[in-house]
Design a protein around this ligand. Structure first.
Ligand code: VGL
Ligand code: ZN
Length: 199
């Protein structure tokens, strides 16, 4: 920097504009009450991708379903899902393989309000009270790579909200897991048609 300044060079734009958003790679979606298809492959490929991203200095964000015991999406409350990702349980924990990339301020919780279903991580909130969108904006992020679980629900809703907010959104298909294979195929086609890059 000092050398560059002495040469009258104001510096190149080295701010990264790409971030990775990891959606719900949590034990209930991997091997728990809502175990998803392709989850082993998803976690394995996510780990590889995050290693590469970390080496490049690409910011990594985690979105985590985090429900109270009486969440409205649970069958007992009239919702469609078995209890899952209950606050403080193993089912709500991020996969061990991805834990090395978890930091104090890069985890964004959603679904914490018992009365509200929240598939999208777009408005997930960190411990410090920052929303995912605000964290991305603060870093000047323009491109977001979305990976995780489940393709048809939280991945799709998060990706679509990011797209609507003006981000360029890309999804590597091998780092996804789904509730249902047909639902996965349908969601992939719909996202592609909307302008999300699937690769
Ligand atoms: C999800 C069902 C219920 C998801 C979350 O992460 O896709 N699916 N809660
Ligand atoms: Zn949920």
């Amino acid at each position: 920097m000092a050398v560059a300044a002495a040469l009258g060079f104001s510096g190149c734009k080295s701010t990264p504009t790409t971030a990775i958003v990891v959606v719900d790679e949590l034990y209930d979606f991997i091997d728990g009450s809502l175990a998803c298809k392709r989850s082993d492959e998803c976690v394995k490929n996510s780990e590889l991708l995050l290693k590469e991203a970390a080496a490049l200095g690409t910011p990594i964000f985690f979105v985590c379903d985090c429900h109270p015991t009486d969440h409205c999406s649970f069958v007992e409350q009239g919702g469609p899902w078995p209890p899952h990702c209950v606050q403080g349980t193993r089912g709500g924990e991020i996969a061990d393989e991805l834990k090395p990339f978890v930091k104090e301020d890069n985890v964004f919780l959603k679904g914490t309000n018992p009365a509200e279903e929240q598939y999208s991580g777009f408005e997930g909130v960190s411990k410090a009270g920052v929303s995912l969108n605000d964290a991305l904006k603060a870093l000047g992020i323009k491109n977001v790579t979305v990976i995780g679980i489940a393709t048809e629900y939280c991945v799709r809703n998060t990706a679509e909200d990011l797209l609507k907010a003006g981000y360029k959104v890309s999804i590597p298909e091998t780092a996804l897991a789904c509730v249902d294979e047909d639902g996965h195929v349908e969601a992939i086609a719909a996202m592609k048609a909307e302008g999300i890059e699937i690769y």
